[in-house]
Design a protein around this ligand. Structure first.
Ligand SMILES: [Fe+2]
Length: 341
């Protein structure tokens, strides 16, 4: 049985600081957050709005004080520094309109959370709102996205095709990043992984599985049917599910749905948990959509991995993050998967 502190924080006396903490051999704590939707309130170059962004910009101006509250982000950061995870995964939509100024702002926020080796980012559809200059946008986060060295594309990364899937190995955990983000028509927020990336994913899953690593796949769009509307779906979700079913995956993390999602997928590894987290900056009155982050504690035993999912949710009354109330926890927050080692 895995005993986890009820508030998902490290026990008193555990003085290992997150960011200098070597990954424990048998226990790994991972924080998952998503969709902070950081917007740029300063002047915007008119040329940057002569496209799909114009509609998004007008909508944001109209509803800027509802939905996302960026003042929640520094509070979340403070809470994370108490939680001290071994690693942080952010599943996209760091920006709202994919503006170069938003990318720079998000870069500063990422640096406040940790170094590139401590934080892994995959892009979301809002980050790829329109086709944009790589050097003014995604290049800002390259070191938070790219694989451990030596990596594909080397120093000459010019786009997603040179990067994804990414692979970062921390202790006995393999963090595999997928890109489902691409520009789409106004009113659409669809995503796709694409055949070449799926082919490389299958190879990565097989290699890391053969090494006995706990494989975590991070993607912005949910890979399951019915989680989001048709106009926001992952168009090749079926093909992605086939790859993970065939090759095995121990945990799948996603964003985009802006609510708590807990499901499982039957894969070679058993019943693989699929978990989505609400926006990290959401001030929604709907409890299941309010800002939070998930804390996964992975514990290796003789022949299995135990996975526990805890939640830290924003309390608008206390202006801080608190453990999710017991009534919202379910038996499905605990999983046991067959170990490959
Ligand atoms: Fe999204």
């Amino acid at each position: 049985m895995v005993i986890i502190p009820s508030d998902n924080k490290r026990p008193p006396g555990d003085n290992n600081r997150t960011h200098s903490n070597p990954v424990e051999e048998k226990r790994f704590v991972l924080a998952h957050l998503s969709d902070p939707h950081m917007a740029w309130a300063g002047p915007v170059n008119k040329r940057d709005l002569l496209n799909k962004r114009l509609l998004g910009y007008l909508k944001w101006r109209l509803f800027r004080n509802t939905g996302h509250r960026e003042e929640i982000l520094p509070i979340l950061k403070e809470d994370l520094s108490d939680t001290r995870p071994d690693h942080i995964v952010i599943t996209g939509d760091l920006t709202h309109l994919g503006l170069p100024a938003e990318f720079k702002k998000a870069r500063t926020w990422l640096q406040s959370l940790g170094t590139p080796s401590q934080v892994t980012v995959v892009p979301g559809n809002h980050d790829a709102y329109v086709r944009s200059d790589w050097d003014r946008t995604f290049a800002c986060w390259l070191d938070y996205m790219r694989s451990d060295p030596p990596c594909r594309g080397g120093a000459r990364v010019r786009g997603f095709d040179d990067l994804f899937p990414t692979l970062r190995v921390r202790g006995r955990v393999a963090l595999i990043g997928l890109c489902s983000a691409h520009p789409s028509a106004p009113h659409l927020a669809i995503g796709a992984v694409g055949g070449p990336q799926l082919k490389r994913l299958a190879a990565t899953l097989k290699q890391t599985g053969a090494r006995g690593l706990f494989r975590i796949v991070a993607i912005h769009h949910p890979p399951l049917f019915g989680i989001v509307s048709r106009r926001r779906r992952l168009t090749d979700a079926h093909a992605l599910r086939n790859v993970v079913a065939r090759c095995g995956t121990e945990l799948i993390l996603h964003g985009h749905a802006h609510r708590v999602v807990r499901h499982t997928l039957n894969t070679r590894s058993g019943r693989t948990p699929v978990a989505g987290v609400p926006s990290a900056s959401s001030s929604s009155p709907d409890h299941q959509r309010r800002a939070r982050y998930h804390v996964f504690t992975l514990t290796a035993s003789e022949d299995a991995w135990n996975v526990h999912m805890g939640q830290r949710v924003y309390s608008p009354h206390a202006h801080c993050f608190i453990p999710e109330k017991e009534q919202y926890h379910r038996p499905r927050d605990h999983w046991t998967l067959r170990a490959a080692f």
